[in-house]
Design a protein around this ligand. Structure first.
Ligand code: 5GP
Length: 111
């Protein structure tokens, strides 16, 4: 099923893009939880970490590498990388995404 992120990928819905390549797109979260809150999503429509396959190994590594580049480019020295998996874990959009959250002191454990 198409999600809001598919519409962002197709350009149907605008976003504040911070990085893009042939495998992924990074953009600012519309409801930031910290001064910096960026999402990185694969162009491939994988619903969640529950759905990853062996063939996705390289893509997942690419997303993590890019998440660090995006965090560095945003000037972050500390940040949290979050992937919510499943509704009870807080996932609301079922297109795999990595949150990069930083720019303030972050508490642990999360709620
Ligand atoms: P989740 O709760 O699934 O881990 O994260 C989904 C994230 O997507 C939320 O932080 C939410 O604010 C963000 N989000 C939902 N709809 C949009 C949108 O249309 N544009 C942008 N930029 N972010 C969105």
């Amino acid at each position: 099923m198409a999600t809001i992120f598919d519409k962002i990928l197709s350009g149907e819905i605008p976003c504040e893009e911070v990085f893009s390549d042939e495998k992924c797109l990074a953009f600012k979260d519309i409801t930031p939880q910290a001064p910096t809150h960026i999402l990185i999503i694969p162009r491939k429509p994988i619903p969640s970490l529950k759905d990853i396959k062996k063939e996705d190994q390289e893509l997942l590594g690419h997303l993590l590498l890019k998440s660090t580049e995006v965090a560095n480019a945003a000037g972050l020295e500390n940040w949290r990388t979050v992937i919510n998996t499943g509704e009870e874990a807080g996932q609301t959009v079922f297109h795999l995404h990595i949150h990069i959250i930083g720019g303030r002191k972050l508490n642990w454990p999360p709620g």
